[in-house]
Design a protein around this ligand. Structure first.
Ligand code: F6P
Length: 539
């Protein structure tokens, strides 16, 4: 992190932390207006933060001195900014719906390939939706089972739930990710083989969980339909690895490709979104991409003091690095966004969960936070107590929509009343005087007093559509990118997940070995493996 700029932030915070959010509002009647910005269908009100003008200026300077502008250009123009994997980072090219703009990697314009895959996806999606693509016995496809994990699962699941109002209701989508056989078994109980399309989604096509699930699903299908040839009608692949797809037994004509410059957790707008495109249709999918594109354009061109992703990133840095906040909550007030926090967990924590800077040195400051959340109002009856009155500082992003897709009585007004009331309560709290005025007995005053001064951002859009969802995802992608730039860490690799994968392979050998293998792990792991083997009669 730029040391000089950070010192200025700390100096500004030393002053601003003495003012509560309530005092900041009292001192500036225009505060709400001043700290509200709009882009790509979203309004961000960040006025309920521990932020004054000097702190904001210092944070903006931090962004400038971190060369953020230049780094953004490097990403959008296909420079190999993912140095540890020697790759460009070009998920923005996937939704570059302005097809006149060319995007180069290693001197080659990638846009014709991007367009080509989108067209192939759209043609296939239409065939499935209209019934032109049939199962082996001639029946229409009624069930889609996406088999993938991490970035090849979380995005498709999240978006599929989020865009249910735009989905074809007579197609049911399922997502199998966990290598736990229960996940596959329970899914197969819900579908009929002759009406099911399996989409095996894996960037590498070597991920243990996905390959295990895909092979078992394949065996089930062949058994159910009694013919190996059925695989051709019921299995397609989404991957960058044509060789492995062929080895698996899927004709590469039924493969939808993408490229090494698309990171797994950023891959939803690539062919990884095939299940979503089949469900909501190519036209809605195009709107989804357009939403991303609008936020991409905003991020690339807006001044930092009006730039939604940059502002969210700087506020995150303020709380993580100046206030020591270790987590932040994302609280969508829309049931359709129930999996959005889980999707963001991978995006944020796999990207910025790093402790070594770009020069290979240990960072001298905290980096990526723990991200968590649940849809409102469920969270209110669960963990909000801690956010309101606990000892931890937990900045929150509240996400809501003015309109609902399911107008029943006054549900939506009640939902949104809670949405607005929570940020008000968190910021302004409740004083002892207010409690007394309401007649609370003196001995209960300490318990019923709310300090307030809890920071929140409010993100509000008219309604949840493919477009606003696309923009929302891009907003967080670019927020995370901005933080990585300022922390000077590599946000697009994930070496931290490799060790567990390698060790699991070694342990698997020991779990399944014939006879009495010599266990060479630590004493704890050896004892646990021995206990497992004994129960299964392998001791
Ligand atoms: O968890 C590690 C990871 O590599 C993620 O980054 C990725 O999204 C996931 O595994 C799945 O990988 P693949 O799509 O190659 O199966």
């Amino acid at each position: 992190m730029n040391a000089t700029a950070w010192k200025d932030v700390e100096a500004a915070v030393a002053v601003s932390k003495n003012k509560t959010i309530k005092e900041l509002f009292a001192a500036d009647p225009d505060r709400a207006k001043r700290y509200t910005v709009e882009a790509a269908g979203w309004t961000l009100d960040y006025s309920k933060n521990r932020l004054d003008a000097t702190t904001l200026m210092a944070l903006l300077k931090l962004a400038d001195l971190s060369d953020l502008k230049a780094e953004i250009e490097k990403m959008f123009t296909g420079e190999k900014i993912n140095r540890t994997e020697d790759r460009a980072v070009l998920h923005t090219a996937l939704r570059n719906v302005d097809y006149t703009k060319r995007v180069f990697v290693d001197g080659k314009d990638v846009m014709p390939d991007v367009r080509g895959v989108l067209e192939k996806m759209a043609a296939f999606a239409d065939k499935v939706r209209t019934g032109a693509h049939r199962g082996f016995t001639g029946k229409k496809i009624k069930y889609i089972v996406n088999i993938g994990i991490g970035g090849s699962d979380l995005g498709p699941v999240m978006a599929n739930i989020a865009l249910t109002p735009f989905g074809k209701r007579n197609i049911k989508c399922f997502f199998v990710s966990n290598v736990d056989s229960t996940h596959l078994a329970e899914t197969l109980r819900e579908v009929k083989a002759d009406q099911t399309l399996f989409i095996v989604a894996s960037k590498t096509f070597t991920t243990q969980e996905t390959m295990t699930n895909a092979l078992s699903a394949r065996a089930w299908l062949v058994k159910e339909l009694g013919d190996e040839k059925a695989v051709a009608n019921h299995f397609v692949a989404v991957s960058t690895n044509a060789d492995e797809v062929s080895k698996f037994g899927i004709d590469t004509a039924n493969m939808f490709g993408f490229w090494d410059w698309v990171g797994g957790r950023y891959s939803l707008p690539s062919a990884i979104g095939l299940s979503l495109m089949i469900y909501i249709g190519p036209r809605n999918y195009q709107r989804f991409l357009k939403g991303y594109w609008k936020m991409d354009k905003h991020f690339r061109t807006a001044k930092f003091d009006r730039n939604l992703p940059v502002l969210l990133a700087l506020l995150g840095i303020l709380y993580i690095n100046a206030y020591g906040a270790e987590t932040y909550a994302v609280l969508p007030y829309d049931q359709y966004l129930s999996r959005f926090p889980a999707y963001l967990q991978q995006m944020d924590m796999e990207s910025n969960g790093k402790s070594v800077d770009k020069d290979g040195n240990r960072v001298a400051h905290a980096t990526g936070p723990v991200e968590w959340g649940e849809p409102g109002t469920n969270g209110q009856h669960s963990f909000y107590q801690l956010i309101h009155q606990g000892t931890h500082l937990i900045p929150c992003d509240f996400i809501g929509f003015c309109k609902t897709h399911n107008a029943i009585g006054d549900h939506h007004d009640k939902l949104m009343a809670n949405f607005f009331a929570q940020t008000e309560a968190l910021a302004f709290g409740k004083t002892a005087e207010q409690c007394r005025a309401e007649g609370d007995p003196e001995e209960l005053i300490p318990f019923k007093t709310f300090e307030g001064n809890r920071p929140t951002n409010t993100l509000l859009a008219d309604d949840l559509t493919p477009e606003t969802l696309g923009s929302l995802i891009a907003l967080y992608e670019h927020k995370i990118f901005t933080q990585g730039v300022i922390w000077n860490i590599y946000s697009f690799d994930q070496w931290g997940v490799q060790l567990g994968k390698v060790l699991a392979k070694n342990v698997l050998k020991d779990l399944t070995a014939e006879g009495a293998p010599e266990l060479k792990h630590d004493a704890s792991t050896n004892a646990l493996i021995a206990r497992y083997r004994k129960v299964l009669g392998r001791a």
